[in-house]
Design a protein around this ligand. Structure first.
Ligand SMILES: [Zn+2]
Ligand SMILES: [Zn+2]
Length: 431
């Protein structure tokens, strides 16, 4: 399930708040209920949308606050203005709200909106802000925020993991599909123990290059390097480049997989330590249960993860333990926690020089392609048992074929048709 789609109203192009009410998604206009019905569509389909903090109007919205429905009555005029019960709030405004500092919130927002302190508008703002601060009932982390990406290094992974588990165990809500308290706790407990993988830049470039064309792979027990894990790339991958990290944990007959976006330094310097402490580096953008036997190709939102796994499996990469700074390991010892396990995944250094690519008049019957390409996955009947008389079906995963010094040919998949097949009977087609 995609958690990162921003929804706006097609009529007024305002980004809408959304919440779940008895399994139904409810969309509302920001701040005040407009006279027209909301027409929710993917904000990406609109040229320009109005998307800002609902209190100061300028900040990047990060939290969705829930309050009682706020109404402000003007006794003299005998009118009641009805506001809303959901508020997208930026990080700075949220700091004032969490500190119960209504006056500071109003002063900050009025300055941002150029409202003079003794104006009627200022008075209304002040009343509204009191209503939000006194009437707040909880907040949910927005997973639609368009954060600039962070650069992630192997050394950072233990801390990134720990901030994520703290977010999962903390009081802030996450979007409904991933907010079940038992599941949040189970995921945090798993993540405490998982090996962490950091993909080096060269390998990440290869993943980006070939992932879009990766043929369907089957989710089997041996597709992932370990039954559970947290994997991060130095910079986001995928199309668009949003996916910064993925966690997978075994669940029922399959895996619970969550894709994350990274949080770069988007805020003023004075706010960054609090942001790192409270939210950390990763925000979930995709959650999916992948059943054993499901197939996923490179265009799936988690495609870069599958491609990374496949390339690790075909021994194109080597996995080496990262040497963490002494301070990091000592901190874990001090807290009597197992030392974090970070593995660096990098392209295997070549052990032999590349073969000479001269077309000799050898007995080679077919010209070897001068590019690398994906060979599709397939099922194979494998003989086993007494006298190899029995057959079992095994999944052969897609693999990238060709010498590593060759260029990669895109949109070329060699499909293997029929069973049983051997390498010599492959049929080639351009797809
Ligand atoms: Zn509208
Ligand atoms: Zn704000």
């Amino acid at each position: 399930m995609n958690l990162a789609t921003l929804t706006a109203c097609a009529t007024c192009r305002q980004v809408l708040t959304e919440h779940s009410d008895e399994g139904r998604t409810v969309y509302r206009h920001p701040v005040t209920e407009d006279r027209h019905e909301v027409v929710p569509i993917d904000a990406g389909e609109l040229q320009e949308v109005f998307h800002g903090c609902h209190t100061c109007t300028v900040g990047l919205p990060i939290w969705n606050y829930r309050t009682g429905l706020i109404q402000i009555g003007d006794l003299a005029a005998g009118v009641v203005a009805t506001y809303t019960d959901r508020w997208h709030v930026c990080y700075r405004c949220a700091q004032f709200i969490e500190a119960d500092d209504s006056e500071a919130l109003t002063a900050h927002c009025a300055a941002a909106m150029l409202l003079p302190p003794r104006s009627d508008e200022y008075a209304i703002l002040r009343t509204l802000h009191r209503g939000i601060i006194l009437g707040r009932e909880g907040r949910t982390l927005l997973t639609t925020t368009d954060w600039p990406p962070a650069r992630i290094t192997a050394d950072m992974l233990p801390k990134i993991r720990d901030r994520l588990t703290r977010l999962l165990r903390g009081p802030a809500n996450l979007p409904t599909p991933i907010n079940n308290p038992d599941q949040r706790r189970a995921l945090a407990n798993h993540l405490d123990l998982v090996p962490m993988y950091w993909i080096n830049r060269e390998f990440t470039d290869l993943v980006n290059e070939v992932s879009g064309d990766q043929p369907p792979a089957t989710a089997t027990d041996d597709i992932a390097p370990t039954p559970a894990g947290l994997l991060a790339w130095p910079e986001p991958v995928g199309s668009p480049r949003h996916l910064a990290a993925v966690s997978w944990t075994p669940h029922a007959d399959g895996w619970h997989v969550i894709g994350y976006r990274s949080v770069g330094s988007a805020l003023d310097d004075d706010l960054m330590p609090a942001l790192r402490h409270e939210i950390g580096w990763l925000v979930p953008i995709h959650a999916e249960y992948i059943a054993r036997g499901a197939t996923l190709d490179g265009r799936h939102p988690l495609g870069p993860l599958i491609t990374t796994w496949l390339l690790i499996n075909q021994q194109m990469a080597e996995v080496v333990p990262a040497k963490l700074p002494k301070g990091t390991t000592k901190a874990y010892q001090h807290r009597r926690l197992p030392a974090p396990e970070v593995r660096i995944v990098r392209i295997k250094p070549r052990s032999t020089p590349p073969p000479e690519r001269t077309q000799s008049a050898s007995a080679r019957t077919r010209a070897k392609p001068d590019y690398r390409f994906w060979v599709s996955g397939h099922k194979r009947q494998q003989p086993y048992g007494p006298g190899r008389s029995l057959r079992r079906t095994i999944d052969i995963q897609p693999f990238l074929k060709g010498d590593e010094d060759l260029p990669i040919k895109m949109s070329t998949t060699v499909r293997v048709l029929g069973t049983p097949v051997t390498d010599k009977k492959r049929s080639t087609e351009n797809g």
